[in-house]
Design a binder for this molecule. Structure first.
Ligand SMILES: NC(=O)c1ccc[n+]([C@@H]2O[C@H](COP(=O)([O-])OP(=O)(O)OC[C@H]3O[C@@H](n4cnc5c(N)ncnc54)[C@H](O)[C@@H]3O)[C@@H](O)[C@H]2O)c1
Length: 326
């Protein structure tokens, strides 16, 4: 009863695979190991997974239709898909927009097409993002809020994935759930994200970029809480219904919007060093605040994030020191 995880060498995919393998499940992992950030970190994550006999890895680009079709033919008994492979990052979507349509739109379509033909598939879970809320200023963000005004192409492609999924649920009765993740952080995290950049620069004695002069709020969510939510969701596909297509959307966040400056202070304490700040204006594509309304996620999956940033950030710092010998 294998579970297919796309983006398995990525931050969230790696942690999810570790947990599923720890439960004795079989995991088929896919990733193209691209160099958007240091591929050595992706390889290091993979090496930990390949130690488990229940893990199989395939280096595949999910936008390559033939490769994905061959994979689906090899593993006809896949019962669950967790689709995490995407071109992530808000700011890079201003630099290389085609990477986003390729991985997030074309890649999502290729997977949906393969998934609808899998005879035993019970549930297809995919990663959406808080970025779909875009210019929405009502906080906290509720799943029913408007999502048709994204402020970045990244957000637009994530919204596209949601809309495409809805059509596949309607046309093919494919059970799908989209999870809107809110700023995930933790050990083995992403080098392009704020926490990682701040740690690296503080340790190097370089100034850290603080956008919107520090007037930012984020619902920072610890990786273990995210993974617990994904696993709970995977095991609970949408109930069959005669009136509704089997497609749902949920927020997965910490349900606690933290000021950026507090986030930085906790990092400074954990590192035992003061940061030098480079105060900058708001970046194009960014939003001032994110905050997840998780009532539905609590109700349907028992999702209960339990890691505040004063606990999670020191864990990230410990891992960073250990991994980079810093
Ligand atoms: N980390 C966050 O804060 C966050 C927030 C919101 C949404 N998300 C979404 O969650 C998912 C996982 O994010 P992450 O933080 O683990 O990112 P990540 O970049 O660490 O992982 C994504 C993985 O997908 C792989 N990949 C990218 N394009 C591919 C392609 N065309 N074919 C095969 N593999 C490909 C990459 O090599 C990478 O290993 C993504 O869909 C992302 O958009 C993440």
């Amino acid at each position: 009863m294998p579970i297919l995880i796309t983006g398995v060498a990525g931050f969230i995919g790696f942690h999810l695979a570790e947990v599923l393998l720890g439960q004795g499940r079989q995991v088929i992992g896919v990733d193209n190991l691209n160099d958007y950030y240091d591929p050595a970190l992706k390889q290091a994550r993979l090496e930990r997974l390949t130690a488990d006999a229940n893990f199989r890895f395939h280096k595949i680009d999910i936008a390559e239709r033939v490769a994905v079709e061959m994979l689906a033919a090899e593993y006809r008994d896949i019962t669950g898909v967790v689709h995490l492979a995407s071109q992530a990052g808000v700011r890079y979507s201003l630099v290389n927009p085609y990477a986003y349509t390729n991985a997030n739109v074309e890649g999502h379509l290729v997977l949906l097409e393969a998934a609808r033909r899998l005879p035993d598939l019970k549930h297809f879970v995919y990663a959406s993002s808080s970025s779909v809320y875009g210019a929405n200023t009502k906080l906290p963000f509720a799943v029913t809020d408007r999502t048709d005004n994204p402020v970045s192409l990244y957000g637009a492609t994530k919204k596209t994935m949601e809309v495409m999924s809805d059509s596949y649920a309607r046309m093919w009765n494919l059970p799908l759930t989209g999870l809107r993740f809110f700023t995930v952080y933790g050990p083995w995290g992403r080098p392009d994200m704020a926490a990682f950049i701040f740690i690296r620069k503080i340790l190097a004695g370089e100034p850290i970029p603080v956008f919107n002069n520090g007037d930012m709020m984020r619902d920072f969510t610890y990786i273990d809480d995210i993974v617990a939510g994904v696993v709970a969701c995977l095991d609970r596909p949408p109930e069959p219904s005669n009136s509704e297509p089997p497609h749902r959307l949920y927020n997965i966040g910490n349900n606690n919007s933290e000021p950026l400056m507090r986030f930085i202070e906790i990092l400074e304490d954990a590192l035992g060093r003061k940061a030098e700040y480079d105060f900058l204006p708001m970046q194009p594509g960014d939003v001032r605040a994110t905050y997840a309304d998780i009532e539905a996620t609590r109700r349907d999956f028992g999702f209960e994030p339990s890691t505040p940033i004063d606990v999670g950030l020191p864990r990230l710092v410990n891992w960073y020191r250990d991994y980079y010998g810093a």
